[in-house]
Design a protein around this ligand. Structure first.
Ligand code: 3PG
Ligand code: MG
Length: 399
């Protein structure tokens, strides 16, 4: 790709220059305590931030967190992220109480060479996500005033046409950060000539979210394994009853059509863990996928399915995995995700894990990150990349 990257910027010299870095620090927070439950996305931008700090730049970091509605909302404050980022950088991170207001201006002005500031949540401002070009542009002008150069290291947000992702790079000299560069390098091997067999594992709750990527992948992959909440719409399309499991009725016909066109590449669960209720302590047992009792809800793939999926993964040379196989947050329904994750880790293939949920699952289940070739920080972004869509944040860097 014809994108300048951080090394090009460093080669020009950044000492004493203000560099605006768009990061994706949208980390999961504990609903009760507000604590960061997985800091993977913060760790992922350390190489870029560390390089800028070492080179003596005045580093101004901006990010979104959650989906606040264009106005300040304390539950989505980036303050806890500033604390964690400071610990990881082993240097204070100067936190601005607003994004482009007085606090931001004075925080940025006070930065010494090699120091880091974090602005408050971008999405506390309407202009960030506005569909109106002028409104986005006006906010981008304010942001751009904080930097003499712009680094995009927010891979998880490159599929968003937002001010900080799309409009700011049109206003400043711009480069891709280390994380964005690495993500694009890895994902482009999947859309190029992946080593075969190439097996894709998809889970998560909604078929409608994954439809475009399934369409795009079917001609390319050797096997497509489907688990998670979305498998029930496929099972229904096969003529099975799914009880009170997650079902997208309006997608059943589409799934039937995909199955017919898939040339046998799609593998569905043969057994599922069916429970009395959607609850961690619900009574549950394993039933055949074509025999889910009418009042039961499928919350995980069963052991026979895990074995079948593991057999399909064994011998693969390239694997892409997006989406958990069941409700892994509840121990009783985590075995499917764990089993598939372990089979992927053991496969010897080049493995890419895409998506916040799958990455969080890997870490929550205590699996070793390093057993996977690449854990993408982008869920939607990695899927849209594999769909072959133009990603606004990448396109903006190319110009
Ligand atoms: C993500 O978590 O997928 C990214 O941070 C993008 O967030 P969004 O889906 O709210 O735009
Ligand atoms: Mg998302």
């Amino acid at each position: 790709m014809s994108i300048r990257n951080l090394d090009d910027l460093l080669a020009e010299g950044v000492s004493g220059r203000r560099v605006l870095v768009r990061a994706d620090l949208n980390v999961p927070l504990d609903k009760q305590t507000g604590e960061i439950t997985d800091d993977g996305r913060i760790r992922a931008v350390l190489p870029t931030l560390g390089a800028l700090v070492s080179a003596g730049a005045k580093v101004v970091v901006c990010s979104h967190l959650g989906r606040p509605k264009g106005a300040p909302d304390p539950q989505f404050s980036l303050r806890p992220v500033a604390g964690r980022l400071g610990e990881l950088l082993d240097a204070p991170v100067h936190f601005a109480e607003d994004t482009v207001g007085d606090s931001a201006r004075s925080t940025v002005e006070a930065l010494a060479d090699g120091q880091v500031a974090l602005l408050e949540n971008l999405r506390f401002n309407k202009g960030e996500t506005s569909k109106d070009d002028a409104e986005r542009g006006a906010f981008a002008d304010q942001l751009a005033a904080f930097g003499e150069a712009y680094v995009d290291d927010a891979f998880g947000a490159v599929h968003r046409k937002h001010a900080s992702v799309f409009d700011v790079p049109a206003r400043l000299p711009h480069v891709a950060g280390r994380l964005v560069l690495r993500e694009v390098e890895v994902l482009s091997t999947l859309t190029g000539q992946p080593e075969r067999p190439y097996v894709v594992v998809l889970g998560g709750s909604k078929v409608s979210d994954k439809l475009a990527v399934i369409e795009a992948l079917l001609p390319t992959v050797d096997r497509l394994l489907i688990g998670g909440g979305m498998c029930f719409t496929f099972l229904k399309a096969q003529g099975h009853e799914v009880g009170s499991s997650l079902l997208e009725q309006e997608m059943v016909e589409t799934c039937r059509n995909l199955m017919e066109r898939s040339g046998g590449k799609i593998l569905l669960p043969v057994d599922v863990v069916a429970a009395d209720a959607f609850a961690p302590d619900a009574a549950h047992d394993t039933v055949p996928a074509d025999g889910i009792p009418s009042k039961r809800v499928g919350l995980d793939i069963g052991p026979e399915t895990v074995a079948g999926f593991a057999a399909a993964l064994k011998g693969a040379k390239t694997i892409f995995w997006n989406g958990p196989m069941g409700v892994f947050e509840m121990a009783a329904f985590a075995n499917g995700t764990r089993g598939v994750a372990e089979a992927i880790a053991k496969s010897g293939a080049f493995t890419v894990v895409g998506g916040g949920d799958s990455a969080a699952a890997v870490r929550a289940l205590g699996l070793d990150d390093s057993a996977f070739g690449h854990i993408s920080t982008g869920g939607g972004a990695s899927l849209e990349y594999l769909e072959g869509k133009t990603l606004p944040g990448i396109a903006a860097l190319e110009n």
